[in-house]
Design a protein around this ligand. Sequence first.
Ligand SMILES: *Cc1c(COP(=O)(O)O)cnc(C)c1O
Length: 432
Amino acid sequence: MKIDRSTELFRAACTVIPGGVNSPVRAFQAVGGNPLFIARAEGAYLEDADGNRYVDYIGSWGPMILGHNHPAVREAVLEALASGTSFGAPTEREVELARLVSEITGAQKIRFVNSGTEATMSALRLARGFTGRKLIVKFRGNYHGHADGLLVQAGSGLMTTSAQLGGSAPSSAGVPPEYASLTLVAEYNDPAGLRELMRERGDEVAAVIFEPVVGNAGVLIPTPEFLAALHAVREHGALLIADEVMTGFRLAPAGATERLGLEPDLICWGKVIGGGLPVGAYGGRAEIMNFVSPEGPVYQAGTLSGNPLAMAAGLATLRQLRAHPEIYASVDAYTEGLARGLQAAAHAFGIPVTINRIGSMLTVFFLEGAVNDYQDATRADTERFGRWFRSMLEQGVYWAPSQFESIFVSGAHGEQELEITLKAAQKAFSLL
Ligand SMILES: *Cc1c(COP(=O)(O)O)cnc(C)c1O
């Protein structure tokens, strides 16, 4: 495989961009080699700067549930573009998208921002403003974006690039320990631990924020007992915030909230809601959302929030999903077939793996035994995963370049892509 142009671009990028990338998960640090530079994408495929084509399992890390460059999304953006790109004043599309999100999810009011990070950061400020309390609770290995108070025992790129310190120590340099000390950390899928923490500190806790299905430590699926303990935090007057930035509009029309029957007070969105353009959002009951300025005292703003092109892409994506709900069954079936095929291929060559899957999210953990929390995930053989990843890439399959991430299947993945992928996987396992 010729990757001269990517290599050249990466070298140039490193001289002007830290690490050559604008988000750490794009680097290939965990798997070896240099990141590929992508020139274009269509349907289930990426094409790099040297003209190599790959079956894509990143889907821009979640947004592209319809596949790349979907005609409905492209046309909606082009139509919006013709009228100008940003006005700094309200537009009709913001109302339309807010109404649509409200109809699909049941959230009474929604505020649009520009990223998932902004959504969780703002939802937490709102929870603190609403309850008048200081502390928040998060779970080890969950990732909620890169706001200061959330970089504590965080997953995603931080699991890949650094060893975590214990307790409430920040996962990043530059986060004052005073900020981190306002974040309490509990174990995912440990209902007793959460109950105990809430018994001790519950009356100081403004909100408990969680990934309803974890994608950022690899896929972790919550137990019914854990979900019950999460809902019980409200007995202490804390708000429950579902971070559906990854799962929203993906695991079901109304995300994990629908699929798992959750009743959060606030929900955060990102990724799919922008259809590949930068959009985040948070929403919930009017009683809480009315605390957001200018209606209420919790300040939150954004020069480009509700941007016309971004709203157009989000609207087109959610409308497409609504008009074709069969997409959910089709990505589920594809991903189930993928899981079965990968399991069989690993077994055939005696490679122990545990595959966690729900809907169109999946992680192949290179280890033996169940993976239910952060600690379980960290037992994975990351060196072996790296070799498997590189072999898949050389065969034209672009998997997530880290053991601790989910892959994402789109409506554009079909029989042919499944066949290519499983054939590549068999060879990759055989070479281990
Ligand atoms: C991606 C992600 C975020 C952060 O979103 P950005 O748009 O990258 O800021 C937050 N929470 C979860 C669960 C995510 O997967």
